[in-house]
Design a protein around this ligand. Structure first.
Ligand code: SF4
Length: 373
């Protein structure tokens, strides 16, 4: 397949999660929704169920307003809106991790707002490094397994989990390689790049890995003269087509990212261990460099500077989801660290209900002039 054809496949999948869901259901599969972030998808996959990501959608909030105050992030609000308006009908359950206050509220409200789709909590400890944390995490996984068995009738087997972990580790490796390859291919637009990352949530990981590897192969066989302004992105979610189009119109290339819906989830593999559950618990314990993972030293901040330098980014674009406390806490430290290294930072605040990006356009045009000066 040619690059354009592969990119079109990613686009079709990324832009039609409902069609993907219906296709899985018609094939006799059961779909389990996975809310962000670090939901143990491997467990769901190993039970023969299809994990489908939900990061909400750019929609007007109507029904969900009954359950949330206005000052809570629009990702969780729009997930509930989609649940209430029937978009998720047919799903067997939703698994929601407990890694920020908004996600905790999402789970509790979901039980009342969308009673037809069972809510399954995944409770993580914030202190994830000590040995006792591993037992806590495993207890959380066992709770998820027993709730999944109840909701779907599927059965858990640790040997199958080990196989799914292998599939997810292979996907992680493909996504890490993709990031390096895309850095050398500025002809791939920010919009196309987003399709590749987004589609991962709506496909079985073995299928996504295959398509990503095909893309990598075709890109590695080609070269380009296109030159753009290299930037790094950071944030929870950059799935904003209007914002990404402005990046493309202004000649920006995303060469590296520290985005939760993109590379953050692919940085850490599950290591080999006696059981699949041990392996998954060790993976969570080893994770770092994320605003929702407790770290008193905030090592993430230096990682961003180092990564931007490594990929030759001239500046860092922080896409801040409105009312996201974990990211708001990290931002001043990140800005200080970047500016100390003469790495310009631009903050653009986004919201899943935003329709007008003209203010962001003006800011990005100014950022472009600054980076080219
Ligand atoms: S965007 Fe921030 S506040 Fe919202 S769910 Fe993610 S981490 Fe929590």
């Amino acid at each position: 397949m040619k690059t354009a054809e592969i990119l079109e496949q990613f686009h079709q999948i990324a832009s039609s999660p409902s069609r993907q869901k219906e296709a899985f259901l018609q094939a006799g599969k059961k779909v389990v929704l996975v809310a962000p972030v670090y939901t143990p998808e491997e467990i769901i996959h190993s039970m023969g169920l299809v994990p489908m990501a939900t990061w909400g959608a750019d929609i007007e909030l109507k029904l969900a307003k009954k359950y949330f105050p206005a000052f809570i992030c629009s990702i969780v609000q729009s997930i509930v809106e989609l649940g209430m308006n029937g978009t998720f009908d047919g799903a067997s359950a939703i698994v929601v991790p407990s890694l920020c206050d908004s996600l905790k509220v999402l789970g509790e409200n979901w039980k009342y707002a969308v009673p037809s789709i069972p809510f399954i909590p995944m409770t993580y400890p914030q202190n994830r490094k000590p040995a006792y944390a591993l037992d806590f995490v495993k207890a959380g996984y066992n709770r998820v397994i027993s709730d999944l068995e109840k909701a779907t009738g599927a059965k858990f087997e640790d040997e199958k989990l080990k196989k799914s972990i292998e599939i997810y580790n292979q996907h992680n490796a493909a996504m890490r390689k993709l990031e390096q390859v895309l850095a050398n291919h500025p002809e791939i637009t920010a919009v196309q790049r987003n399709d590749i990352y987004k589609s991962a949530g709506f496909m079985l990981k073995e299928d996504h890995t295959k398509l990503v590897n095909e893309l990598i192969d075709t890109l590695e066989e080609s070269s380009t003269d296109v030159q753009k302004i290299k930037i790094m992105t950071s944030g929870i979610l950059t799935d904003c087509p209007s914002l990404l189009s402005i990046l493309d119109e202004n000649g920006f290339q995303i060469v590296a990212n520290d985005v939760a819906s993109e590379s953050r989830q692919y940085r850490t593999d599950a290591p080999a261990a006696d059981t699949g559950l041990d392996s998954l618990a060790l993976k969570f314990s080893a994770m770092d460099n994320c605003s929702v993972l407790y770290d008193v030293e905030k090592k993430r901040v230096n990682m961003i500077v180092e990564q931007a330098r490594q990929y030759g980014a001239k500046g860092v674009l922080v896409v801040l989801t409105k009312f996201c406390d974990p990211e708001e806490f990290d931002y001043p430290l990140m800005k200080k660290a970047c500016e100390k290294e003469n790495l310009p930072v631009l903050l653009v605040e986004v919201d899943r209900q935003m329709t007008n990006y003209e203010q962001a356009r003006t800011m990005l045009e100014g950022f472009k002039d600054m980076l080219q000066a």
